[in-house]
Ligand binder design. Structure first.
Ligand SMILES: [Zn+2]
Length: 460
C-alpha cells in the first residue's frame, strides 16, 4: 500500500458537517489526516493528487444495482459492473439478487463476493432474495445469508404479493435489523403495461401503468408493518402520490427509508418518444408533476437516497430489432402498430446508470434544487446507514479511505460508446451534463483517476 495526499479540494462530509478546503492524507488504506491547507508541510507522501477546484467526498454508495452475474454475463459481469461503478464514482454497490441462480443461498453470495475480490473497481455489497427463487413464498434463511455477508434483502423486480409472506419477512427484518427493500407494484393494475398511463400511452397505442399500481401497493405493504421500527426500504419511488404517502408514514415507521433513481428525477414519460425501449423501466417514467415532486421530496428529506437501479440489457432483450425504425432523436414516435406495441411491452425493463448518476445528480445541485451536502448525504451517508456499513459514507481519521473526487464544473456529453459497462441501454445519449466523478478510491486504492496533473494512474 502506498500513501498519497489529496490537496486543495473542497471536502464535503455530511457526517461530520465538514464543508471547506482541506488536504486529506491516505496511508496504508486509511485516512490519516484531514487538515486545513498548509498544515501538512512536514508530512511526506509518495504522491500528490491536486484537487484544486474539486470536491472530495466520502465514497459514493449505490444501494440498488444489477450486476447480472451469475447467469446473464452477456449483459454485465461482476468485473465490468464494479469497474463501471468505480468510473461513475461509486466505491460500493449493493448487488440485487435476481441473478441466475438467484442469490437466495450462501453459495451464491460467496460466489459473488469471490468474483468481486478478483475484480478491481467498487466493493460489492450483496443483497439476498427475500424469498427462495424470488417466488414470493418461502423465506430465505436470513441468519445464514447475513453470516455469508448479505447487508439487505429484496425480491427487487418482483413485488411480494402474499401478505403472510411479507408479514413474516418484516418479522425477520425486525429481528435481524437488516432492511427489506420492496419493489412496490400491484401487478393486477400494471399487467400488460409498458409505460405510464396517460395521454402519451394513448397516442402511441400502448397499455399504460397507472400511478395507483405503485401507491396502492405502498399503502398495503406499510399497513402490514405493525412494528414501527421494522427496517423497510422502498426501492425506486416514481410518483408524487408515493412521496406524500411516505412523508406521512415516516411519522409512524421510524426505520422507513426510500430511494429515487436519476432517471425518475430527471425524465418524464415523454422520453419514450425518443428513446423507446431505453426509456422503459419498472416503475415507468411518470409526468413532469411527478418529477418535480420527487425533487422536492429529495430536498425535504422524504426521499433518503439516490439509487441507480443500474440494469444492463443487450439490444436483443430490448427488442431493438423490431423497434429501431420507430424511435430515435430525429423522429419522435407516433402511433405504434400492434406488433410494435407488443415488442415494446416485451422489451426488458431497466437502464444502465452507474456512469451517468453523478452528472444527473449534479444538475439538481447546479439548478439549486438540492445542496451539495444533501447530494453527498443521499449518495453516500444514507446508503451506508441503510446497508449497515458504519465505517462507510464518511471521512474519518483512522477509517477506511473510500473517497470520490468530483469535478463539479466539468461539462461532458453522454456517449454510451464510452461506457465501461457491457451494456448501452441509456435514455441519456447526447445529453450534456455538468459534473463528473474523476477519481475513485476504494479502501485506500486509487481505482480510477482522471484528475489532470496527477500523473500516472488512469482507469486501472
Ligand atoms: Zn432494480
Amino acid at each position: 500500500m502506498t500513501s498519497f495526499a489529496l490537496t486543495g479540494g473542497r471536502v464535503i462530509d455530511p457526517a461530520s458537517r465538514r464543508d471547506g478546503l482541506y488536504d486529506v492524507i491516505v496511508s496504508e488504506g486509511k485516512i490519516t489526516h484531514i487538515e486545513a491547507p498548509g498544515n501538512l508541510a512536514v508530512i511526506s507522501v509518495q504522491s500528490l493528487l491536486d484537487c484544486s477546484g474539486m470536491w472530495i467526498v466520502p465514497g459514493l454508495i449505490d444501494p440498488h444495482a444489477h450486476l447480472r452475474e451469475p447467469g446473464f454475463s452477456e449483459k454485465e459481469t461482476i468485473a465490468t459492473g464494479l469497474l463501471a461503478a468505480a468510473v461513475g464514482g461509486f466505491t460500493a454497490v449493493a448487488a440485487m439478487a435476481n441473478t441466475s441462480p438467484a442469490n437466495d443461498r450462501e453459495e451464491v453470495t460467496q460466489y459473488m463476493l469471490q468474483r468481486a475480490r478478483a475484480s478491481g473497481g467498487a466493493r460489492l455489497v450483496p443483497v439476498a432474495a427475500v424469498t427462495k427463487g424470488l417466488e414470493g413464498r418461502d423465506l430465505v434463511d436470513f441468519d445464514a445469508m447475513i453470516q455469508a455477508g448479505v447487508r439487505m434483502f429484496s425480491d427487487d423486480g418482483l413485488p411480494i404479493d402474499d401478505e403472510a409472506t411479507l408479514t413474516a419477512a418484516f418479522r425477520e427484518a425486525c429481528r435481524t435489523g437488516f432492511a427489506i427493500s420492496l419493489h412496490e407494484e400491484d401487478r393486477a393494475l400494471s399487467a400488460g403495461g409498458a409505460m405510464n398511463a396517460g395521454r402519451i400511452a394513448n397516442t402511441l397505442g400502448i397499455i399504460g401503468i397507472p400511478t395507483c399500481a405503485e401507491t396502492r401497493r405502498i399503502s398495503r405493504d406499510l399497513a402490514l408493518a405493525t412494528e414501527p421500527r421494522t427496517p423497510i426500504h422502498l426501492a425506486h419511488v416514481s410518483t408524487a402520490e408515493a412521496t406524500e404517502l411516505i412523508r406521512a408514514e415516516k411519522r409512524r415507521l421510524t426505520n422507513l427509508t426510500c430511494e429515487v433513481t436519476p432517471h425518475h428525477f430527471t425524465l418524464d414519460e415523454s422520453a419514450i418518444l425518443i428513446s423507446g425501449p431505453n426509456a422503459r423501466m419498472s416503475p415507468p417514467l411518470r409526468t413532469r408533476i411527478d418529477v418535480e415532486a420527487l425533487v422536492e421530496a429529495m430536498a425535504d428529506g422524504t426521499i433518503d437516497m439516490i439509487a441507480t437501479d443500474h440494469a444492463p440489457h443487450d439490444p436483443r432483450s430490448k427488442c431493438w430489432d423490431e423497434l429501431k425504425d420507430i424511435f430515435g432523436p430525429h423522429k419522435p414516435a407516433r402511433r405504434l402498430s400492434e406488433s410494435q406495441a407488443q415488442a415494446l411491452a416485451r422489451a426488458a425493463n431497466g437502464v444502465v446508470g452507474f456512469e451517468t448518476a453523478v452528472g444527473l445528480a449534479m444538475s439538481l445541485v447546479h439548478r439549486g434544487a438540492i445542496s451539495p451536502a444533501r447530494m453527498v448525504e443521499m449518495m453516500s451517508l444514507n446508503p451506508a446507514r441503510l446497508l449497515r456499513l458504519p465505517e462507510y459514507g464518511r471521512l474519518t481519521i483512522g477509517g477506511p479511505a473510500n473517497i470520490t473526487v468530483i469535478d463539479p464544473e466539468l461539462e461532458w456529453t453522454v456517449n454510451p460508446g464510452n461506457f465501461v459497462s457491457k451494456s448501452r441501454n441509456t435514455p441519456f445519449t447526447g445529453m450534456t451534463l455538468k459534473g463528473m466523478a474523476v477519481t475513485t478510491i476504494v479502501d485506500g486504492k486509487i481505482v480510477v483517476n482522471r484528475l489532470p496533473n496527477s500523473g500516472a494512474h488512469n482507469v486501472s
